[in-house]
Design a protein around this ligand. Sequence first.
Ligand code: 5GP
Ligand code: ZN
Length: 113
Amino acid sequence: MDNCLFCKIVRGEIPSKKVYEDEHTFVFEDIDPKAPTHVLIVPKKHIEGLNKATSEDAEIIGRCHLTAAKIARERQIEDGYRTVLNVGPKSGQSVFHLHVHLLGGRDLRWPPG
Ligand code: 5GP
Ligand code: ZN
């Protein structure tokens, strides 16, 4: 997508602090971190959000979560982390390219606000 912020980050047109990249996923530090670890895992394919995903996207959505688990393992935060998908404006979704937040490195409250 031409004018999608996260597509531009994946393409390197907008700088980011890259954490990891493979064939299907791209991971970078959130610009406004809410925890000691706060990274965003995005599929390289543009999908607007979970509410727009189809069964064709099942594998890539799974891959995003497995990439989150890999980063959590590497950062040694497996004693407690959270993966979050905000879906729709009322949830706080502000970038309409599907992304999994990985948050950890501190105690996390439940339920989230
Ligand atoms: P959402 O609110 O859509 O679930 O999450 C969007 C996230 O993207 C927010 O946590 C926000 O801080 C982050 N973000 C927005 N713009 C940029 C940017 O230009 N670079 C980076 N690295 N993160 C961004
Ligand atoms: Zn996009």
